[in-house]
Design a protein around this ligand. Structure first.
Ligand code: S3P
Length: 429
């Protein structure tokens, strides 16, 4: 994809359904009794991988674009897959599905693409093993392919060393199949869609805060059954983030993005925008299916540097590439720390963000847990996405605010989470 600097992005757009929520609708619908009807599902490659896996586990799933019907077979209705489950590029599919598979009376194997098969799975192997699961990394390197064989699970309390919704959700889903209570505490609260949605499906799940509210523990007990739901997936704030940034940094722009999920465990970027001096407004705020939703309006703003660290990091972890782009054109210095998790995403995003911003002429210094960015002007460059969808989208926005032409290599990888990303742009020209 070739892009160049522009001005005047104007209009109202909506973004596709939330990726995290779309995955969970398919998974929970599959192990619920009855039908789950999903609207505004994200038909991105990651969520389609989840559908593919549950079909291979014997679930009848009808998908037409963003409308999906899942004919659930209950907690004990999955059947043994006839082949290795292909999780593609999707960490969420791999880790959440592993939690469910740990409780099944049949063996299963799962594997993904090169990026997926190099991401750390020890973070789920350890707690699942503590629960009595039999899960191994087939190559013995702590990564997928994984093999899961039947065993009896028992509830544990897990003090997670990482703030990761994938790890937390994996354990909670295994907890549905365990004897007794299972609970997970994280260093900082990660996205809580599993907790909110499992409750809607009828699970016995709750979140408890410690005395000073600094830590939250999710607690689940096995329940008799889950019940199919009708769900409208909110727009994905991680996809809206690119248009929020575009509206702020492209001269003479004003963009409204409708129906965006603003769950506080996801909306850290909105606070960072405010801290950077952005003109950003929320309107039409409401709650559906336990999830907060709003319309977001942004106008071109003079941004300045900020410090992003601590508890807010899990609430914006996927937005750091686009926040880094905003920082690269802001006045002054932005420091991002406590974000070592960036290293184990679809690519090492400290490296991919640093290398590509450097190529665009930015003064950026990587750190083991983040980066330091001195804002200035960007120039066009060739962007090496390494097939990371969020790098492709973040640098497409950088290109719009840069001088000269930018070439985004392998831009098709946006299909992972936002197949119509470039079409949405057309609506704003
Ligand atoms: C996700 C959790 C996050 C996020 C990913 C989706 C989820 O990963 O980066 O894009 O749906 O639970 P971690 O749990 O590894 O932080």
């Amino acid at each position: 994809m070739e892009l160049c600097g522009i001005t005047g992005l104007k209009g109202t757009v909506s973004v596709p359904g939330d990726k995290s929520i779309s995955h969970r609708c398919i998974m929970f619908g599959s192990i619920a009794e009855g039908t789950t009807e999903i609207h505004n599902f994200l038909p991105g490659a990651d969520c389609l991988a989840t559908i593919r896996c549950f079909r291979a586990l014997g679930i009848d799933i009808r998908q037409e674009g963003s409308t999906v019907t899942v004919h659930g077979k209950g907690l004990h209705g999955l059947s043994a897959p006839s082949h290795i489950l292909d999780v593609g590029n999707s960490g969420t599919t791999t880790r959440l599905l592993s939690g469910i598979l740990a409780g099944q009376p049949f063996e299963s194997r799962l594997s993904g693409d090169e990026s997926l098969n190099s991401r750390p799975m020890k973070r789920i192997i350890d707690p699942l093993t503590q629960m009595g699961a039999d899960i191994t990394s087939i190559l013995g390197n702590g990564c997928a392919p994984l093999c899961i064989t039947p065993s009896r699970l028992h509830g544990i309390h897990y003090d997670s060393p990482v703030s990761s919704a994938q790890v937390k959700s994996c354990i909670l889903l295994a907890g549905l199949y365990a004897d007794g209570e299972t609970s997970v505490t994280e260093p900082g609260l990660s996205r809580n869609h599993t907790e909110l949605m499992l409750k809607e499906f009828g699970a016995d799940i709750r979140s408890v805060h410690n005395l000073d509210c600094s830590r939250t523990t999710a607690v689940i007990r096995p329940c008799g059954e889950l019940h199919g739901q009708k769900i409208t997936v909110p727009g994905d704030i991680s996809s809206a983030a690119y248009f929020i940034a575009a509206g702020l940094i492209v001269p003479d722009s004003e963009i409204r993005i409708t129906n965006v999920g603003i769950n506080p465990t996801r909306a850290g970027m909105l606070k960072v925008c405010e801290d950077m001096g952005a003109q950003i407004e929320l309107s039409n705020e409401r709650t559906e299916g336990g999830e907060k939703i709003a319309d977001i309006t942004v106008k071109t703003s003079r941004l300045h540097g900020t410090v992003i660290e601590g508890d807010i990091i899990p609430a914006l972890i996927d937005e750091i590439p686009i926040i880094a782009v905003m920082a690269a054109v802001a006045e002054g210095t932005t420091i991002i720390r406590d974000a070592a998790e960036l290293k184990v995403k679809e690519t090492d995003r400290i490296e991919t963000v640093t290398d590509n911003l450097k190529a665009m002429g930015c003064d950026i210094t990587p750190a083991p847990d983040g980066m330091i960015i001195n804002g200035g002007r960007l120039k066009g460059a060739s962007i090496h996405t390494l097939l990371d969808h969020r790098i492709a989208m973040a640098f497409s926005i950088a290109a719009l605010a840069a001088e000269g032409r930018t070439h985004i290599l392998d831009s098709k990888c946006v299909d992972v989470s936002y197949p119509t990303f470039y079409d949405t742009f057309e609506e704003l020209l």
